[in-house]
Design a protein around this ligand. Structure first.
Ligand code: ATP
Ligand code: FE2
Length: 342
């Protein structure tokens, strides 16, 4: 059996995971930096990653029960992300590749999110709703790349939730806390907040300002959280439906950290049902940043005959979009299996 290692370090999470050639995730370790207060300070996060890298990678090997000689190649997220954080992952990957002779593959983090969700879904060619801290992209594969068929015109939906949470005194990350509050606020009824869909694109900054203002004017936090979620997710669902009609794809998946949200997945499922096609919600563990998504792409690139990178020339690339990267190595009718990592 051959094995692929993936290393993730673009933002809050340092992750390492090993996947075997039958598609099983046989280890998936991560250490997530949580700021003492406020948002992420890139240098602080990078220091955290440097501290935990050896133990996270060590655990990925011991849990997998394999030796270094069993690994054929590794992948590392080289962008997009916070410069200091990216540098840690890239330096570690370069050193491992040189020392052990493993082939090295630079992986676009955003492609990793979409691809792990596709490989878990078993769908060959879905429309992907990629929603995270830094991205709100509705993408589909066309002519050798994931291309953007809808996106946010300002801030990402994860950023919307995190910024609102910070304003009202909740700790980072805000997404899961808002989801919990929203469940309690559902019975209090919807407040009318700015809804902005332009063609296949969405815009969230007006919604953020209005939600903060509404809360400051004395409205209950639960009710604002509920209304914020309902409005933002309905916008995403509408844009996704338009992109679906435009691209004529025959399945939908959610991907990225915000895909952990069950209300968003419920709305996307309605869209899919309306069009008589299947929907796959990314399991929470694989929605947020993780090493498995990087290992999976490295495996696909390696088996797809892509030339590996010279460890000396791999550089972090903080600004990178999903459509900057060629995706001409996808394995169709192949599944990644979470096994014990459900
Ligand atoms: P990107 O992929 O754009 O680089 P990222 O790497 O910072 O973003 P991810 O781990 O992919 O981040 O996603 C983190 C985001 O997901 C945060 O904004 C967080 O609040 C959000 N999130 C996590 N769980 C939930 C949830 N249950 N509901 C809504 N949002 C959530
Ligand atoms: Fe991410």
């Amino acid at each position: 059996m051959r094995y692929w290692l993936g290393i993730e370090s673009t933002a809050h999470t340092f992750g390492a995971s090993i996947i075997s050639e039958d598609g099983s995730i046989i280890s998936d370790e991560r250490d997530i930096y949580v700021p003492p207060e406020g948002g992420l300070q890139p240098r602080e996060v990078a220091r955290h990653h440097t501290d935990v890298a050896p133990s996270v990678i060590g655990k990925a090997f011991s849990k997998a029960g394999i030796k270094s000689k069993d690994v054929v190649a590794l992948g590392v997220s080289y962008g997009p992300g916070l410069g200091p954080c990216l540098r840690v992952g890239v330096a570690v990957a370069r050193a491992l590749s040189s020392y052990y002779g493993w082939r090295l593959y630079p992986v676009n983090h955003t492609v990793g999110h979409v691809e792990i969700s596709r490989l878990l879904s078993g769908f060959v060619d879905p429309l992907a709703v990629y929603v995270s801290g830094g991205n709100t992209n509705i993408v589909a594969w066309k002519d050798g790349r994931y291309r953007i068929f809808g996106e946010t015109l300002d801030i990402a939906v994860g950023n919307l939730l995190d910024s609102f949470a910070r304003e009202v005194g909740l700790k980072h990350p805000g997404g899961p806390k808002i989801e919990k509050l929203a469940r309690e606020g559902a019975k209090m009824g919807l407040i009318d907040l700015p809804y902005s869909v332009k063609g296949q694109d969405v815009s969230f900054s007006g919604l953020l300002t209005a939600a903060i203002k509404t809360h400051r004017s004395g409205e209950k936090l639960e009710r604002v959280a509920y209304s914020l979620q309902e409005t933002a997710f309905a916008m995403i669902a509408e844009a996704a439906e338009r992109a679906l009609v435009h691209t004529r794809k025959s399945s939908i998946i959610s991907a990225g950290g915000v895909a952990a949200n069950s209300r968003l997945n419920e709305m996307l499922k309605y869209v899919a049902e309306d069009h008589g096609i299947p929907f796959f919600a990314t399991p929470i563990r694989m929605a947020g940043d993780n090493g498995a998504m990087i290992a999976a792409v490295a495996m696909e690139m390696d088996l797809g005959g892509i030339r590996s990178e010279d460890p000396q020339s791999l550089m972090p690339t903080p600004k990178l979009r999903i459509n900057d990267t060629e995706v001409n190595w996808r394995i169709n009718n192949f599944r990644v299996i979470m096994g014990d990592y459900k």
